[in-house]
Design a binder for this molecule. Structure first.
Ligand SMILES: Cc1cc2nc3c(=O)[nH]c(=O)nc-3n(C[C@H](O)[C@H](O)[C@H](O)COP(=O)(O)O)c2cc1C
Length: 332
């Protein structure tokens, strides 16, 4: 069926609406969107890159990959099998993806079923209950990652968990001792409820030294105003996963983001919650050590803990009109 330009534009706008709810490192939301004829273009925004934490731009592109996945889900929910070109224009490296509407196969493509979970997915930094992920869900998560050309590894070996805990603690200690890291973290944390980006105090545990964490939750409580209980007990018995890709280049990072959001929405759909702990991956020699001690052949990009916990508040997003440019002929 041929759709009018207005209808196509509205579909692409809805994809941008959902893309903007994606998770991003420190809630930097390092993206902007262009509505073009028949396609949504997603650009990275290098001004929002974390210079200290993410000098390579890997986490910036993982964040953009999460936004790409949400856009694909939104179009799938409308019956479209979106066609994605990644880094389609060598002259414009910030154009990370062009997402065209694609065919309408007559049934909803399976990822469309995740659309309702985009709004409810959140980073949950609370203490998790003792319930671990079922083998069925683990199998689905491995499949979700592989559908995006990424690799998910369940960390079920005690020696591997101990290594993850030790290396994460080491990374966390080194980072917190670095004034430039703390200054950047402070810039991207906020207790202003009207600020549209950054990690809000209502979503982070109060840091009082009572966390009892084996696996450290990043200390976002830069102003002593964190609202969640301080005792988070992020422990070795919880379900832990490493997500990575065969390559370690911009396309791989984008795909890792698509995989991350795919499995995070699946986790949400099944009533579980997740949070990330990427500290050990941000320090090159610890990332290398992680690969060796876990026997990984892939390049790890994020570590994820999955479980059940009470709800947390949503963090803010920038307004759609501040991040979308309409270049379709619908409004011309
Ligand atoms: C690449 C990437 C790395 C992240 N690393 C961490 C982390 O180390 N610790 C953490 O608590 N959250 C981490 N997050 C979660 C973000 O802080 C979170 O997505 C953002 O604040 C928006 O909140 P929301 O996920 O609840 O929408 C990461 C997210 C992404 C996409």
């Amino acid at each position: 069926m041929t759709r009018s330009v207005e209808t196509r534009t509205e579909l692409l706008l809805q994809a941008a609406r959902q893309a903007r709810l994606a998770p991003s490192v420190h809630n930097t939301q390092p993206w902007r969107f262009v509505l073009a004829d028949g396609a949504l273009e997603i650009y990275s925004d290098p001004r929002r890159q974390l210079a200290v934490l993410d000098s390579t731009g890997r986490q910036l592109l993982i964040s953009c990959g999460c936004a790409v996945f949400n856009a694909r889900v939104a179009l799938a929910a409308q019956g479209y099998d979106a066609v994605v070109e990644r880094f389609p224009d060598g002259f414009h490296p910030t154009l990370v993806a062009r997402i065209a509407l694609g065919d309408q196969p007559g049934t909803i493509p399976p990822i469309g079923l995740l659309d309702g979970c985009i709004i409810s997915r959140q980073t949950n930094r609370r203490r998790f209950t003792d319930e671990v992920v079922s083998p069925e869900l683990t199998a689905q998560l491995l499949e979700a990652a592989s559908a995006e050309q990424a690799i998910l590894v369940e960390l079920d070996d005690l020696q591997h968990r101990l290594a993850v805990a030790r290396l994460s603690q080491e990374a966390d200690r080194l980072q917190n001792a670095d004034p430039a890291y703390r200054a950047e973290l402070r810039t991207w944390t906020t207790d202003d409820p009207t600020r549209p980006d950054g990690v809000p105090a209502i979503t982070v545990p109060r840091v009082t030294g009572e966390s009892q964490d084996d696996i450290p939750i990043r200390d976002f409580d830069t102003r002593g105003t964190g609202s969640l209980p301080p005792e988070t007990r992020s422990h070795l018995g919880q379900s832990l996963f490493a997500l990575g890709t065969a390559g370690d280049d911009p396309v791989s990072w984008l795909r890792a983001g698509e995989a991350l959001e795919h499995l995070w929405l699946e986790i949400t759909r099944q009533g579980y919650v997740a949070s990330l702990f990427t500290q050990a991956i941000e320090i090159p020699y610890l990332r290398q050590q992680l690969r060796i001690e876990l026997g990984l052949t892939m390049n790890p990009h994020v570590l994820v803990r999955v479980g059940k916990a009470g709800v947390t508040s949503a963090s803010m997003r920038r307004r759609l009109q501040d991040i979308v440019v309409d270049r379709t002929t619908a409004h011309g």
